[in-house]
Design a protein around this ligand. Structure first.
Ligand code: DQA
Length: 149
């Protein structure tokens, strides 16, 4: 059966391509979205790709995802380091979830080296650039496929 996955992008990721290119490269969020849609088509996955700068909105999106999606891939951006609310929402989501970061947060400022969500998600990808999104989709597909064995 075709699986439904949700990719959530947190604050300031709408400005990819413009912000800190040394960390995040020159790809825009629109291009990244197109690449993810292409990969999901190849893998026969339905994809919803979303971005919000608002913490509570992301909590709502995760809550609503419980009955709509088989898995979540999340780049919570700055909220990774601060949001107990997003962490709690992810632990309520009982299906597979992948934490994603374009940069290697463990090689950056000390305040970025702590993730509040790492221990409630299935797994994580960081420091591999925007390719991390494609790798996360491939991993999610494998996780969901193995679930059905
Ligand atoms: C990020 C890393 C975060 O520390 C930062 O606040 C971001 C992006 C990443 O993808 O590398 O906005 O999540």
């Amino acid at each position: 059966m075709t699986k439904n996955i949700l990719i959530i992008n947190g604050p300031n990721l709408n400005l990819l391509g413009e912000r800190e290119q040394s960390q995040y490269g020159s790809i825009t969020l629109d291009k990244l979205k197109d690449d993810c849609i292409k990969k999901c088509k190849e893998l026969n996955i339905n994809l919803e790709f979303t971005q919000s700068n608002i913490e509570g909105e992301i909590v709502n999106i995760i809550q609503e995802a419980r009955n709509m999606y088989d898995g979540i891939i999340i780049n919570a951006a700055a909220f990774t380091h601060t949001s107990v609310a997003i962490r709690d929402a992810l632990s309520i989501f009982k299906k597979p979830s992948i934490e994603l970061h374009i940069s290697n947060i463990y090689r950056r400022e000390e305040f970025r080296q702590k993730s509040l969500i790492s221990d409630v998600v299935t797994g994580g990808i960081f420091g591999l650039g925007s390719d991390g999104y494609i790798l996360a989709i491939i991993s999610m597909q494998k996780i969901l496929e193995n679930e059905n064995r």
